[in-house]
Design a protein around this ligand. Structure first.
Ligand SMILES: O=C(O)C(=O)C[C@@H](O)[C@H](O)[C@H](O)COP(=O)(O)O
Length: 353
């Protein structure tokens, strides 16, 4: 399947299919005199003999978020310069969202910008590889350094999914589910039917297609996130805080963050538009472990909440909320309000799940 962006210029293709890497990569690499592969070391270890057998002299990155540090950024830049990268070279990022975020940021900044391609190997990266956000972390928070920088293409080879652990699969599915909530109740119901009790890997491509198309609707309108693109951050305010504080998988944290956002939306709308308990029970039935957030003190999350990139006013925390399915808005809440809802939200979860 091929999906294309719809900007005024410099559009790129997103391929999602089995064997996509073999099918499309050389068409792009052939245009450059030198190509540098930045590959998640774990992915390379698993796939070097078959899917990645043609990848020449990869630079291996530490797996997951651990590669998104300032140190790893500087080290990899040094290595690329030593290997002779030029302005007309190509960087190919092969790995999950973290690899893509780091490699994209390197591509955006090395020699003031070289072309790059995303080869996402996780379900989660259907999200991060699309839209041109690149980033690294600092101790105060996630993705606090970064840029918007479009790739030349995204090649999502779904054969990589076969080796994904269940926790990673669930993490990626969280963003697919978020995209459904940004569409309609029917889309969320469809996912819950398609992936009832467990994530069905054979039906993931169609769910990912829905996810990417939804995401592009927002990105095409507001690439640099001054307005509608912020809605893609549904679940991420509390999500990023839980991810860092409780050391959760990104998507697992986003699932909790989404439940909280739906709960707060109901409170502010003064009607139960969203059946939060139903979604919580569903998330639990497909593997979300609620014990991972039990007893998390609000005060431990607060320092992260106050550093959220969406915040614009001192001591107010910005949340993406919904007045209905697909109808988002950004609301600044005081610390007291966030805490109050956090307490009652936890009580509801303990009672209902
Ligand atoms: O692409 C976007 O815009 C998003 O917000 C998508 C998020 O799901 C994704 O996790 C993103 O990387 C988070 O970005 P951040 O700007 O909140 O760090």
């Amino acid at each position: 399947m091929k999906i294309s962006t719809d900007y005024k210029t410099d559009n790129y293709n997103i391929y999602v299919e089995d064997n996509a890497l073999n099918k499309y990569l050389t068409e792009y690499t052939a245009r450059y005199s030198s190509v540098f592969y930045l590959v998640d070391s774990h992915v390379y270890q698993l796939h070097q003999d078959i899917l990645l057998s043609s990848i020449d002299a990869p630079i291996l990155l530490s797996p997951g978020e651990s590669c998104k540090t300032v140190e790893s950024y500087a080290r990899t830049i040094e290595e690329l310069i030593e290997r002779g990268i030029k302005r007309n070279s190509l960087i190919v990022a092969i790995g999950g969202g973290a690899t893509g975020d780091l490699a994209g940021f390197i591509a955006a900044t090395i020699l003031r910008g070289v072309d790059y391609i995303h080869v996402p190997t996780t379900v989660l990266a259907h999200d991060s590889a699309v839209g041109g956000k690149t980033a690294i972390n600092v101790p105060s928070g996630k993705n606090l350094i970064g840029s918007f920088y479009r790739p030349q293409c995204v090649i999502m080879d779904t054969l990589f999914f076969n080796t994904l652990p269940d926790d990673e699969l669930l993490s990626g599915y969280a963003e697919v589910f978020k995209h459904a909530m940004l569409n309609s109740e029917e889309e969320a119901d469809r996912l819950m039917t398609l992936h009832n009790k467990a994530i069905d890997i054979d039906r993931l491509s169609e769910s990912i297609e829905m996810g990417i198309k939804t995401k592009l609707r927002f990105v095409n309108k507001d690439e640099h996130e001054s307005n509608e693109r912020r809605y893609l951050n549904l679940g991420h305010t509390l999500g990023h805080a839980l991810e860092l504080n409780n050391k959760l998988f990104h998507g697992h944290a986003v699932m909790f963050g989404m439940l909280y956002a739906l709960y707060v939306s109901n409170q502010l709308n003064q009607k139960d538009i969203f059946d939060v308990s139903r979604y919580a029970t569903y998330f639990q039935s497909i593997g979300l472990d609620f014990s991972k957030i039990e007893d998390t003190a609000f005060e431990d999350l607060l320092k992260y909440l106050l550093k959220d990139k969406k915040n614009t006013t001192e001591n107010l925390i910005s949340f993406v909320l919904l007045s209905n399915y697909g109808e988002c808005y950004v609301k600044d809440l005081s610390i007291e309000e966030v805490k109050k809802y956090y307490t009652t939200f936890n009580e509801m979860l303990i009672k209902d799940v």
